[in-house]
Design a protein around this ligand. Sequence first.
Ligand SMILES: Cc1cc2nc3c(=O)[nH]c(=O)nc-3n(C[C@H](O)[C@H](O)[C@H](O)COP(=O)(O)OP(=O)(O)OC[C@H]3O[C@@H](n4cnc5c(N)ncnc54)[C@H](O)[C@@H]3O)c2cc1C
Length: 456
Amino acid sequence: MSNTKRKVAIIGAGIAGTTAGLGLVNAGFDVIIYSDRDQASLRNDVPPTGTAVYFGKSLEYDAEVVEDLYDIGTSTGMSVRIFSGTGETRTPVIEFDSAFNYRAQAVDTRLRADDRLSRFLARGGKFVVRAVTPEDLDAIAGDADLTLVATGKGGLSALFPVDPERTVYADPQRHLLLATFKELDRADHQFAYRSSDGARHNWFNIHADFGETFFGPYLHKDLGATRAFIGFAKPGSPWIDIFNTVTDTQSARDAVVKLFATYFPEDVELIDQLEPLHEDPHSWLLGAVPPTVRRAVARTKSGHAVAAIGDAAVSFDPLGGQGAQNAIVQSVLLIRALREHKDKITYEWLQDQFNKHWDHRAEAATEVTRLFLGDEKYKTHAELLFQAAAVNAKIGSAFFDFLSEPQPLLGIQSREQIDNFIANLAGEAAETVLARFKAPSQLARANALERVTVLS
Ligand SMILES: Cc1cc2nc3c(=O)[nH]c(=O)nc-3n(C[C@H](O)[C@H](O)[C@H](O)COP(=O)(O)OP(=O)(O)OC[C@H]3O[C@@H](n4cnc5c(N)ncnc54)[C@H](O)[C@@H]3O)c2cc1C
């Protein structure tokens, strides 16, 4: 009997390529993944693409492709602190500590992709090490029933024109510093001054003018329980000069300590204990992502349809934590659709799938990212929701639901809709909730022997 399996070619073996590859092998397709690096090099010679926290719902999508392999890197909430000013004029503006209504998981993208690739190979998937050129892609697509381009933000993404109607920003909105550190001793005790759930809550420290920082539990591919830091500097922020001093793991650690000493001194005694991961020279990253939505289906020179997935299709500013989650949801929706679709896979069918993904998640994920970026469109949202979160725990948790399920944000646009959102959660008028808000005058500091009550 001849082999009637449909052939799929995937270019790129990051989270998007390996998830789609494993899912499609599981669904009975004959799949080849092409990668510019071999499996060991993907794991050991490059930094992780990002911290790639899965917030809630994306873990459910992921489970359709691979069982949950990780019990480290889990977080259960977010401790938020917002400040303005510098030096003598530095003032705390807001503090709240929210439990997530879900589980979040931060696992090294290199480990996730490596585990997927191993399973893909064990189930008969083929892996070819080759940097695919546009000419190669034409030949590869000519030989396959479906070709997916999962080459990330760079790579072959340029084959897919930017969609000006769906792309909001022309430039990167933040300069980024990512660094990973060893876990601290007695972490739960040390983190207790910030959160009710010790070391399991992430930190989100914001400076109203200069940028944001994220700090949370992380599973490193070799060293296990660690802490991931991401700094997000706004254009023109003095933080950019601090980030630009980073050349290795030690200078990354020194830059993070300097940032906290200057802008978030309440936490510096804890941060000062951090040790770099000298064992992994790729445990830090500097960069900036131009948030871009592409027309995710294109034709090669000879007219074969190819579809982009993951960052190659839509790249987000990482502040809203949407990129990897979006890649997973897009891959899973496509796998589900391909299980049902037995006809020829055409350009129009692929375009239809991308539009469905846009409607299902990608557009909302773009809007949630704008909310976190403090985009003009969402200034009122951020102001009201942060203040309401500071006086009502349910509102803080609901705010972070947007990271897991961004879609409801599309229905909360006007001032009235924001007020209704607050009122429905609080069981009283938004005005009453917001009237209780007072900026804190002092915040608890690291190493305090007991949890210090916030004076207001
Ligand atoms: C600082 C930071 C923090 C982040 N935090 C989060 C978060 O909390 N939550 C979240 O969901 N997302 C987050 N992200 C985004 C997330 O990391 C990415 O969206 C995701 O990892 C992208 O995966 P990908 O497979 O599409 O691309 P990539 O990981 O870039 O993989 C592409 C692969 O293709 C290969 N390749 C490229 N060109 C070719 C070629 N011509 N031929 C063959 N192979 C090729 C590359 O070498 C690479 O291995 C963050 C990103 C950053 C930068």
